[in-house]
Design a protein around this ligand. Structure first.
Ligand SMILES: Cc1cc2nc3c(=O)[nH]c(=O)nc-3n(C[C@H](O)[C@H](O)[C@H](O)COP(=O)(O)OP(=O)(O)OC[C@H]3O[C@@H](n4cnc5c(N)ncnc54)[C@H](O)[C@@H]3O)c2cc1C
Length: 384
């Protein structure tokens, strides 16, 4: 089987962003709706199996592919990019050590566009310390029972399966040691709390999920029990961080474009001149482009080096989400100033982008944690 070129996949994503995502984004943001049309179109275009191996019907793409597609989707809707990206990260976690059962039950349906998965790590208790789950994995007849609460589960209530972190009793003593399991949506014992509606990033159904003794067969355990610190740094961190870096680069790019268009077309009546002919405003626009380009180069280099499995790739991977988050907030904020009252319009594109950009700093690993990890890595200290 032949691998589809990433340019071809990005082209399909670009068409969906223009034809399906853009017309729906305002309503989805206003009413905090999960982006069903976008997810359907992405499935129909064969994009859901981005990280499924080619021999199982997928595209076998790595971090650079995820980065490119997340950017394209996020330029129109950061929430749709988040929903797609969390499906991709969940897929990558399943694919990392998939058994023949997991290949058939999850990866092949994902590649056919028939199955959405997603990642449920965060918990209300341990918050941004997502590698310390308190959700319990107890031995039971026929396998295990899973009990606990997961917060902010993106695609919540819409996915077919959930990749969940849990800890057996002996793992609770050992910080950072936990297990990952994949739970089918129709299992008994999954109870959802109400709808998610944030300040920004509103249309992704990031809901709280209670797991009330969910019965689980051993073949739903991902990798070996206690394998998860390996997953955190080898799979979850690189894929999640790259997905988020792509999403926030898309926010920054869209914001710059709105500002550029405003300066190119807004003519004041007293002078008869375009705003863009003012050197101060042109200078400010140029500075924003430079900031975006610098961050994009950092992120693209991190993705390429991690895909090539270069030894010191982790530093760039850790830095990329924090840098893209800073850039997104700065560009959305500055673009709003450049666009004046037009930019400040309620629920206008810039208002949405600014609200969405702010989520970057509170989503784990948070900007503060990531910068600390980069510093620790430089000092040769353990990250956690
Ligand atoms: C839109 C959205 C979608 C999400 N989707 C998902 C998802 O699909 N799956 C998932 O698992 N999670 C998801 N999350 C969860 C997200 O990662 C959480 O917001 C994150 O875990 C933060 O948890 P918290 O709110 O409890 O923050 P807290 O842990 O209360 O932290 C609050 C602040 O304090 C800082 N802080 C905390 N401890 C320290 C410390 N020791 N040193 C320095 N600073 C510290 C943090 O950096 C943060 O800025 C999503 C969140 C959002 C907003």
């Amino acid at each position: 089987m032949k691998q589809t070129r990433i340019e071809e996949l990005v082209g399909r994503a670009r068409e969906i962003a223009a034809a399906v995502i853009a017309p729906n984004v305002e309503e989805e943001d206003r009413d905090a709706l999960w982006p069903a049309p976008a997810m359907r179109a992405l499935a129909q275009a064969g994009l859901m199996g981005l990280h499924v191996p080619v021999e199982l019907g997928g595209h076998g793409q790595g971090l650079a592919g995820l980065l490119a597609i997340a950017q394209v989707l996020a330029r129109e809707s950061p929430s749709a990019a988040l929903c797609y990206a969390m499906h991709c990260v969940g897929t990558a976690v399943i694919a990392a050590k998939a058994t023949p059962f997991q290949q058939e039950a999850y990866l092949e349906p994902i590649a056919r566009g028939e199955h959405i998965t997603t990642l449920a790590l965060s918990e209300p208790g341990t918050g941004s310390f997502f590698w310390l789950p308190e959700t319990r994995l107890d031995a039971a007849e026929g396998g295990f029972r899973v009990t606990g609460t997961k917060s902010f589960v993106t695609n919540g209530g819409h996915a077919s399966s959930y990749v969940v972190s849990t800890a057996a009793e002996d793992e609770l003593q050992d910080e950072g040691s936990f297990s990952c399991v994949v739970l089918d949506a129709e299992l008994p014992g999954l109870r959802w709390e109400g709808a998610w509606a944030g300040l920004g990033m509103r249309s992704n159904s990031s809901r709280t999920l209670h797991l009330e003794g969910v019965p689980l067969r051993p073949d739903h355990l991902l990798g070996a029990q206690g394998d998860q610190l390996w997953y955190v740094f080898e799979v979850v961190a690189p894929y999640f961080l790259m997905a988020m870096a792509g999403t926030y680069l898309g926010v920054a790019d869209a914001s710059l474009e709105v500002a550029r268009e405003h300066l190119r077309t807004r003519r004041q009546s007293h002078s008869g001149e375009l705003l863009g002919s003012n050197p101060l405003l042109a200078h400010r626009l140029g500075a924003l482009w430079t900031e975006l380009e610098r961050t994009r180069r950092l992120v693209e280099s991190a993705a390429a080096r991690a895909d090539a499995r270069e030894a010191d790739a982790l530093l760039g991977v850790l830095a990329c989400k924090a840098a893209a988050g800073d850039t997104a907030v700065e560009l959305a904020n500055e673009a709003m100033t450049l666009c004046g009252g037009a930019g400040y319009r309620e629920n206008g594109k810039l208002a949405r982008m600014l609200r969405d950009a702010r989520a970057a700093h509170v989503m784990s690993p948070t900007t503060d944690l990531l910068k600390t990890w980069v510093g620790r890595a430089l000092l040769g200290q353990p990250l956690l």
